[in-house]
Ligand binder design. Structure first.
Ligand SMILES: Cc1ncc(COP(=O)(O)O)c(C=O)c1O
Length: 377
């Protein structure tokens, strides 16, 4: 069987360091390109040569372009973007700055990312279930009714589910929330670089390291312009007086070299064409689910429906230990996957799942190797 891989995806792989494993784990962290790694390293080096602050001033235009690019991806003006350390830090920044009533209620779908549920509970939110269609996908008709009858303070959607293949109809939900006057926050940690994240939501947050294949330690939050004046921002006298409100959410100290690396990773994504990459990732998800459909002892969660993105989860059907399987795949077969515990989505998962998340360079050979390794037990 010959490799059925279109040229841009072969090039995508060739622009990365040669992998020592079969990397099927982009939902944890994507493989950075050589140019991204070089850009990060060059900035770190410049800091040692020139002093950190001078080095930062010298790349001011690269950082400004990154802000414009990320703003375009998340659908806000550049002044609405703040860079932080991670998606988790971005959600914390939203909690700190968004004007909230004393007893806030957040509407979520059952597939919600577990650590987000914990963060909302810790911040005093009551969690309210949003209706879904049985597959975990938000039911838009029922949402409209719920927003009219019992609106929560905030609707929160994880646009691409982390533990299995599923993409929420965020743009449609944003339109309904706008009409109802309820803010929509979107966790785009698994969505940026993967699906269209410029959806009209009120706040969107994400991370560099997954589908954009940028450096670790860089996250971002984007807030729609109509909310800027109401944000609870602590303006420091150390900051320039004309600093945009949302930029006050950025930490004073930051992994600037990582942001410079991300600037390259985002440019690579945009140069390939976000629509083209997103379509390829959806195809990769379907190919993966199809290839894994008939392995004895494993069932694909949710099947291979188009539009579900590049993440596929396998459920053990004969009591296998998913964590031991993940270790066996890595140590005996050199295949990197994720074993996901129920805590990742406690309202959706009944058991741990094995997550497979290849990037655009996925091949039939790679999937065949995984199938063979899973069958060999
Ligand atoms: C859906 C989702 N949200 C949030 C996060 C947390 O991202 P970070 O590690 O950047 O805080 C993850 C990480 O896997 C995720 O999958």
């Amino acid at each position: 069987m010959g490799a059925v891989i279109a040229d841009p995806w072969l090039e995508w792989a060739e622009h990365r360091p040669r992998p020592r494993v079969l990397h099927l784990d982009s939902a944890a962290a994507g493989r950075q390109s050589v140019a991204t790694l070089d850009a990060t390293a060059a900035q770190a080096r410049l800091e040692a040569e020139m002093g950190a602050c001078v080095a930062q001033e010298q790349v001011g235009e690269v950082l400004a372009q990154l802000r414009r690019d990320v703003a375009g991806l998340l659908g806000t003006p550049p002044d609405g973007v703040a860079f932080v350390e991670s998606a988790t830090a971005a959600l914390a920044a939203l909690f700190a700055s968004w004007p909230l009533p004393d007893e806030p209620r957040v509407g979520v779908v059952a597939v919600e990312w577990g650590p987000n549920l914990e963060a909302f509970a810790a911040r005093g939110f009551t969690i309210v279930d949003l209706p879904h269609d049985g597959t975990g996908r938000l039911d838009l008709g029922a949402l409209e009714q719920q927003l009219a009858d019992h609106p929560p303070t905030v609707v929160h959607l994880t646009q691409v589910t982390s533990h299995r293949g599923l993409v929420q109809p965020v743009a449609e939900a944003a339109a309904l929330c706008r009409v109802a006057g309820i803010p929509l926050w979107v966790d785009a940690a698994q969505a940026i670089g993967h699906v269209d994240t410029a959806t009209g939501a009120d706040a969107v947050y994400a991370t560099s390291r997954k589908w954009l294949a940028g450096p670790r330690g860089v996250g971002m939050v984007a807030i729609a312009a109509q909310h800027w004046d109401a944000l609870r921002i602590r303006r420091s006298t150390m900051s320039p007086a004309d600093l945009p409100a949302v930029a006050h959410l950025e930490s004073h100290e930051a992994h600037v070299a990582g942001r410079i690396g991300l600037a390259t990773a985002v440019r690579e994504y945009l140069t390939l064409g976000s629509d083209v990459v997103n379509a390829r990732l959806d195809e990769v998800g379907r190919l993966t689910a199809k290839a894994l459909a008939d392995i004895e002892g494993w069932a694909v969660v949710g099947g291979s429906t188009p539009g579900n993105g590049a993440i596929t989860a396998l459920r053990p059907t004969t009591g296998q230990d998913v964590f031991a399987t993940r270790t066996r795949l890595l140590t005996e077969h050199g295949i990197l996957t994720t074993a996901g515990s129920v805590a990742r989505a406690p309202r959706d998962m009944q058991e741990p799942l094995l997550r497979i998340s290849p990037h655009v360079d996925c091949t039939d050979e790679a999937l065949a190797r995984l199938v063979e390794a899973l069958a060999d037990r």
